[in-house]
Design a binder for this molecule. Structure first.
Ligand SMILES: NC(=O)c1ccc[n+]([C@@H]2O[C@H](COP(=O)([O-])OP(=O)(O)OC[C@H]3O[C@@H](n4cnc5c(N)ncnc54)[C@H](OP(=O)(O)O)[C@@H]3O)[C@@H](O)[C@H]2O)c1
Length: 350
C-alpha cells in the first residue's frame, strides 16, 4: 500500500479558492493522517490561503500556488480536483504522466458519466479524455465501497446525486417504484460555487424560491447510471426537479412514488437494513433536517408510506457530504484508513 511506512499522506488540492476546495482544505488540515502540502489558485497564487479563506487564519500559513501540473511535488500521494467541470478532463492526462502513482479524487462532473455522448448532452462540451473514463470509480461511498477501495481514481458524486441516490436506494431496494418516481431537491446558494452570479446574488436569492433545469439537470443521468449498474434490468423514469432555496448550505430531497402494495414497515425495514450500520447515515423518523447535518458529513434519511404514496427524504450538507467530506471519506477507504477518520465532528444546533 502506498501509505505503508509513512506517517502522513502528502495531499494537494487543485482549485482551493472555491467553496468546495476551501472546505476540503479545512478537513485535510485537521486530518490526523494527512499533510496538506499545496493548494492552487490562479487568481491568488503567492497569497496565503487564509487571505481568501479567512476562516483558516491562524490555522495555516500555507500559500496558494499556480495549478501547474509539471511543477507539482512528485511525492504527492493524493490529489483532489475541486475545479469547475471541463477542467479536470484537461488536467488529467498530464497528472497521469507527472504523478503516475498518485491517487486522484475529482469533485467535478467530468469523470462521473461513462458515456461521453451523454456528457456532451448535459455538460454542453465535448469530453477530451475519454480514454480515462473507464479508470474512474464512482465515489458514492456507502454504496460502492468495495470498488473505491481498489481505485486509483475516484469520481466524487454530484451534490444532488448524493442526496438523491441515498434517498432512492431504499425505494428501489424494496421494489416500491412501479415505473416513475418524482424527486424534488432544494439546494442552498453555496451549491453554485464562489463566483458571483445573478442567481446567488443576495438580493435575488435571500427571499426567493424557484425551480430550475426542470427535468434536465446534469445529475439525472449520473443517478440513472448508478442504478443501472446496481440493479439488473433497471428501467425506471426519474423525474427530477431541482429548486433553489433561500439558505446557504444544504440539500433537502423528497422522492415520491405511488404503490398500494408497499407498507411503511417494509420501507422502514429496508432503510434499517441498508443504513443501520453506516456511521454517517442516520435513519430518522419523520422529516430529516438540514440543520442537523449542516457543516458535517452526516446524512439524515427517512421513509414512510401514506395513502399509497411511498416517500423517502434526505438531508445533506452540499459542501461536506455532497463534496469535500465524501471525498475525504473516499480517500480514507482508498488508503486503508478508518472510514470516519478526520470526519467525526457532528453538525450544529440550531
Ligand atoms: N459547491 C458545491 O456544493 C459542490 C458540491 C459538489 C460538487 N461540486 C463540484 O466541485 C467543483 C468545485 O466546486 P466549487 O463550488 O468549489 O467551485 P468554485 O467555488 O467555483 O471554485 C472553483 C475553483 O477552481 C479554480 N479554477 C477555475 N478554473 C480553473 C482552471 N482552469 N484551472 C485550475 N483551477 C481553476 C478556481 O480558482 P482560480 O480561478 O483562482 O484558479 C476556484 O478555486 C465543481 O466541479 C462543482 O461542480 C460543488
Amino acid at each position: 500500500m502506498l501509505f505503508k511506512g509513512k506517517k502522513r499522506l502528502n495531499a494537494g488540492i487543485i482549485g482551493g479558492a472555491g467553496y468546495g476546495g476551501a472546505e476540503l482544505a479545512k478537513l485535510l488540515l485537521f486530518h490526523p493522517r494527512v499533510h496538506l502540502t499545496f493548494v492552487t489558485s490562479r487568481r491568488y497564487a503567492g497569497k496565503q490561503i487564509s487571505s481568501v479563506n479567512r476562516f483558516l487564519t491562524k490555522v495555516t500559513d500555507l500559500c496558494f500556488i499556480e495549478p501547474d501540473i509539471e511543477a507539482l511535488p512528485l511525492d504527492t500521494d493524493v490529489l483532489f480536483l475541486a475545479t469547475p467541470h471541463g477542467i479536470s478532463m484537461k488536467l488529467m492526462p498530464d497528472i497521469v504522466k507527472v504523478l503516475p502513482r498518485a491517487k486522484v479524487i475529482d469533485l467535478s462532473g467530468d469523470f462521473r458519466l461513462k458515456n461521453p455522448h451523454i456528457y456532451r448532452q448535459y455538460y454542453d462540451t465535448e469530453h477530451t479524455a475519454t480514454d480515462l473514463l473507464g479508470r474512474f470509480v464512482y465515489g458514492l461511498t456507502e454504496l460502492n465501497r468495495e470498488n473505491i477501495r481498489s481505485a486509483q481514481y475516484v469520481a466524487n458524486p454530484g451534490c444532488f446525486a448524493t442526496g438523491i441516490i441515498l434517498a432512492l436506494m431504499p425505494l428501489f431496494s424494496c421494489d416500491a417504484v412501479r415505473r416513475e418516481v418524482s424527486v424534488v431537491s432544494v439546494t442552498g446558494s453555496s451549491g453554485a460555487g464562489e463566483m458571483h452570479k445573478e442567481v446567488t446574488h443576495h438580493p435575488v436569492r435571500a427571499q426567493n424560491f424557484k425551480s430550475y433545469k426542470i427535468l434536465e439537470h446534469q445529475h439525472t443521468p449520473e443517478i440513472e447510471q448508478f442504478f443501472k449498474d446496481r440493479f439488473r434490468n433497471w428501467d425506471y423514469e426519474i423525474g427530477f426537479v431541482p429548486q433553489s432555496g433561500p439558505f446557504v448550505r444544504g440539500i433537502f430531497t423528497t422522492a415520491m412514488a405511488y404503490n398500494e402494495a408497499i407498507h411503511t414497515d417494509t420501507l422502514k425495514a429496508t432503510l434499517e437494513q441498508l443504513y443501520k450500520a453506516e456511521r454517517f447515515i442516520r435513519v430518522v423518523n419523520g422529516s430529516p433536517e438540514i440543520n442537523a447535518v449542516q457543516g458535517s458529513n452526516y446524512v439524515e434519511v427517512s421513509g414512510m408510506v401514506k395513502r399509497n404514496f411511498v416517500i423517502s427524504m434526505s438531508a445533506i450538507d452540499n459542501l461536506v457530504r455532497g463534496a469535500s467530506g465524501q471525498a475525504v471519506q473516499n480517500m480514507n477507504i482508498m488508503f486503508g484508513f478508518e472510514e470516519h477518520e478526520g470526519l467525526e465532528f457532528p453538525g450544529m444546533r440550531p
